[in-house]
Design a protein. Structure first.
Ligand code: ADP
Ligand code: MG
Length: 347
């Protein structure tokens, strides 16, 4: 469906590994003072004195995590970085370095890899992280991308999954379900295109959700906002697998239960419209859809006044006794126990 926008198809075999690495990375420069040594040696050196170092990694496999039938390569590069950075924001710190490793088959041209690296570079710029290394190898089965991100944080500001206490408020950023319904639209259009390659789909009314799927953003702004409001969450996680599964993670790590109020779950009107068209329940899309990369966190009730009026933070429930478990209370007052289905249950 989407062609590479640059026309020449330079075979990778015409470059050799070192020239390829040099070509792909020459436009990247180091901007963070904690990046002491970057690309070009046997290892990178990073350091930020007195702070703790946090590291996270993600592996993305063609056909499992992305489908090049509808994912533009530049978006793929961008998203690969962003979803990785989201894990560090979920620890309440700012990432500062990444490494990018790729395995490619000779089906890819130099121009295709350039597009992926354009997306990676844009993410580095938008999120203020330095590319300090990576690895390049060949693959026989498709494209594989692995990104590792590192960041530094003060010990007393780092937030993990295990600090929620009974009666803490459960808060989510942004709105949920968009990335999942965006994926459904893309899958449908791909199926239509297979039958009739001459169709020109008009996707404009779906653009909000398609963008959430193809070009998600990590909530750096929420970390900044919490800092400005002087709120340190008691626990936090990013929403990669759906609200339900992430609530269960906080519950397990923190040893508390949760009450979630269905009517409080933030769902954008664009998402509701697509749900109507596809005959989905929008609550189910939010609970099980995944890939929204919003932040889910708990705060002490003492911090309620600081966040209560904020347009992109919504209080959706509270922590309770572990014995109660994780319950969603519906608009009609019924209680439904949350289960972790994840996105796979939809396939
Ligand atoms: P080595 O043989 O020691 O693993 P490489 O030749 O693989 O070294 O890498 C040389 C330099 O280029 C290293 O600094 C490495 O981190 C960097 N590098 C290799 N591949 C990539 C890539 N795909 N993206 C970014 N940096 C890379
Ligand atoms: Mg190497």
């Amino acid at each position: 469906m989407l062609e590479n926008k640059k026309s020449p198809n330079t075979p990778l075999s015409s470059l050799g590994e070192f020239a390829l690495i040099e070509h792909l990375t020459k436009k990247f420069s180091l901007t963070n003072k904690s990046s002491l040594l970057g690309i070009g040696d046997d290892a990178a050196i990073i350091n930020d004195k007195d702070k703790l170092t946090l590291i996270t990694t993600d592996l993305l496999i063609e056909g499992v995590h992305f489908d090049l039938g509808y994912v533009p390569l530049k978006h793929l590069g961008y998203k690969s970085v962003v979803v990785n950075l989201s894990d560090l924001y979920a620890m309440n710190i700012y990432p500062s370095q990444i490494t990018t490793s790729i395995a490619v088959s000779n089906r890819f041209s130099l121009e295709a890899l350039e597009e992926i690296y354009e997306g990676i570079q844009l993410a580095c710029k938008n999120y203020n992280v330095d590319l300090v290394g990576g690895d390049t190898t060949s693959s026989k089965t498709g494209l594989i991308i692995s990104i590792t991100a590192a960041g530094f944080g003060d010990k007393n500001r780092i937030v993990n999954r295990k600090g929620a206490k009974e009666n803490d408020l459960l808060v989510v950023s942004g709105d949920l379900g968009g990335a999942y319904v965006g994926l459904q639209v893309l899958e449908r259009e791909k199926a239509v295109f297979k039958v009739n390659p001459n169709t020109q789909p008009d996707l404009s009314k779906y653009s909000y959700c398609i963008e959430k799927q193809l070009k998600p953003e990590a909530r750096k702004d929420v970390i900044k906002l919490l800092d400005d409001l002087e709120v340190i969450p008691t626990s936090m996680i990013d929403i990669s697998d759906g609200l339900s599964s992430e609530i269960l993670h906080l519950s397990k790590s923190s040893n508390v239960g949760f009450h979630l109020f269905e009517e409080k779950i933030p769902i954008d009107p664009h998402v509701s419209l697509i749900c109507e068209e596809f005959k989905f329940n929008s609550t189910v899309a939010a609970l099980n859809g995944g890939e929204d990369y919003e932040l889910l966190f708990t705060i002490s009730q003492n911090d309620f006044d600081k966040i209560k009026d904020h347009p992109y933070l919504t209080i959706i429930g509270h922590a309770c006794d572990k014995k109660i478990g994780c319950q969603m209370i519906t608009g009609l007052g019924q209680q439904i126990e949350l289960t972790a289905q994840g996105w796979q249950s939809f396939s």
